[in-house]
Design a protein around this ligand. Structure first.
Ligand SMILES: [Zn+2]
Length: 535
């Protein structure tokens, strides 16, 4: 019987960290049928990969594409990087579960990112069924967000849950795990997740430990409180008996850059005690988030409508400005102290301001920068996102090098021209994976290309317990990326973000050639992957 596809003469890096080897790879249907030094040319199609490296498709261990799949099932900006599986439901956000009162909250979150999402589900199971019907091109691993669970149980209240509310949250988490979620994500700077104390998170994580649920966290602080936040994440995971993933590990704000060595020590210490703790990083010294994350926690109490009311109330507005102003031209946030020229508007319904810094917009409008920001939030119902230039390059490199650190883009899959309003986003949406391979493995020499590939394939797949994915082995699913080690480059920049990378001519998902000689075929090749404990 002929194979459906044969990849000839390539250099295989199998995702385990093992050294590159010349090998042919045969695919039959959705699976890798054979890997050997030389295979007979007995296939319906042959790709000559003589100048190319052949690897497992990349697993983006931290993605937010769940808010974009309905409009952009192609996830083209991810797949063109070599990504074949995305892990979503991160940072406390997921589109389910929903109660009638929380639907608008999920829709507003999508709107803040430039997307339109119509919530037509309640349970996590109903949502996953709807997601399956949108037929994404990429494989999807879903976590359930702590935010929608808490919102469904008790609204956006800034207080501890009652015993009954905590039980409701546990049952919503159990429902999501039963539907196929891989665990719980928190986002402890994002209300309502931020309103939870440590005990609540321990209780929720404990309730999923028996079924192998994992705890992925955007920690309570990545700036002044970075170290305490790592302690909290470790405490939650150890007491609950669940594996830990620290999302987008970093130290924000110039004053906090020196904390990073100690932060890494804390993680190492927990790992030595036996905690399955790991982390992910995106290869840029800038982050991106909702503009509302620039406001103090109390402003968020009660949800977005209340937040907008407070900004419009003169006394509350004055309090926000007094509390957060730092020195002459800085702003103090959960992201550390930041200058107004270090905050760039990424997406906004007023496209004319996208790509501008708040300093530049303020001087154009002849207003103080703080007032400019608050007015912008009010004018657009808080639907504004930002890029923050708050990190040190040497810390980015130090994080990337850690043996337990994987690559996660922390971004959304876009497709040029269609789908969500993309604005002027962080270039990580287009460049994360090729940037690690080009800049950090090839040019800077932080690690070998084999080690870099393992951080994108074998390691995340093993962390998640994905069955037959993440390695290039006979019998595994045929998720593959083929790239030219000389010409692979991220092309997207902060000034010009909508640019696909170069040097990745083929991406194969479940045996389907989705990127074919550089052309994108919007083939619904992806699958919704379900956790082993799913009902
Ligand atoms: Zn996050």
């Amino acid at each position: 019987m002929a194979w459906s596809l044969l990849i000839k003469n390539g250099t295989v890096i199998d995702g385990s960290g093992a050294a590159a080897e010349k090998a042919d790879v045969a695919i039959a249907g959705d699976a890798i049928a054979a890997v050997a030094r030389e295979l007979p040319e007995n296939a319906e199609r042959i790709i000559d990969a003589a100048a190319l490296i052949v690897t497992p498709g990349f697993v983006d261990i931290h993605s937010h594409s769940d808010f974009f799949y309905a409009q952009c099932p192609s996830a083209e900006s991810k797949i063109r990087q070599g990504v074949t599986t995305e892990v979503v439901g991160m940072c406390s956000f997921s589109p389910a579960p929903c109660v009638p009162e929380s639907r608008h909250q999920v829709e507003a979150q999508a709107h803040s990112l430039g997307a339109t999402l119509k919530v037509r589900w309640s349970t996590f199971q109903e949502y996953l069924t709807a997601l399956e019907q949108t037929r994404p091109c990429v494989n999807v691993v879903h976590f359930v967000g702590h935010g929608p669970i808490r919102y469904a149980a008790m609204g956006a209240q800034n207080r501890a849950p009652t015993a009954a509310e905590l039980e409701t949250m546990k049952s919503l988490l159990a429902e999501a795990m039963g539907a196929g979620a891989f665990g719980l994500s928190s986002g402890l700077i994002y209300p309502p997740s931020a309103f939870a104390r440590t005990e609540e998170l321990i209780a929720l994580c404990s309730s999923m430990s028996q079924r192998g649920g994992q705890y992925f966290t955007h920690m309570r602080g990545e700036a002044d409180t970075l170290l305490e936040s790592i302690d909290e994440a470790v405490e939650i995971s150890e007491k609950a008996g669940v594996a830990l993933q620290i999302a987008h590990l970093k130290s924000q704000g110039r004053d906090n850059w020196p904390l990073f060595d100690r932060a890494l020590e804390l993680i190492e210490t927990a790992r030595r005690r036996g905690l399955p703790a790991s982390a992910d990083v995106y290869p840029y010294a800038a982050s991106s988030t909702f503009m509302t994350a620039m406001l103090p926690e109390w402003v968020h109490d009660g949800g977005i409508a209340k937040l907008l009311q407070r900004i419009c109330d003169p006394a509350a507005r004055a309090r926000i400005i007094t509390e957060s102003s730092r020195s002459a031209d800085g702003w103090g946030t959960t992201h550390g102290a930041i200058g107004w020229d270090e905050i760039m508007i990424a997406t906004c319904p007023d496209a004319a301001v996208e790509g501008m810094s708040l300093a530049a917009l303020a001087s154009r409008e002849r207003k103080p920068p703080a007032a400019t920001m608050l007015d912008l939030l009010v004018a657009h119902d808080a639907a504004v996102s930002v890029v923050l230039f708050t990190q040190a390059e040497h810390n980015v490199q130090m994080a990337l090098k850690q043996a337990y650190v994987m690559i996660g883009s922390d971004s959304l899959g876009l497709s040029g021209g269609t789908g969500p309003h993309a604005g002027h986003p962080h270039p990580r949406m287009y460049g994360t994976f090729p940037r690690v391979l080009a800049k950090y493995a090839r040019d800077v020499g932080l690690f070998s290309v084999e080690a870099a590939i393992a951080k994108m394939t074998g390691m995340p797949a093993a962390k998640l317990g994905l069955r037959s994915r993440g390695l290039l082995r006979e019998g595994y699913f045929a998720d593959l990326a083929l790239f030219d080690p000389q010409t692979i480059n991220d092309q997207a920049t902060f000034a010009d973000p909508h640019r696909y990378p170069s040097g990745i001519p083929y991406v194969i998902i479940n045996g389907k050639v989705v990127v074919d000689a550089g052309q994108f075929n919007s083939h619904p090749a992806g699958r919704i992957l379900r956790h082993a404990s799913a009902a």
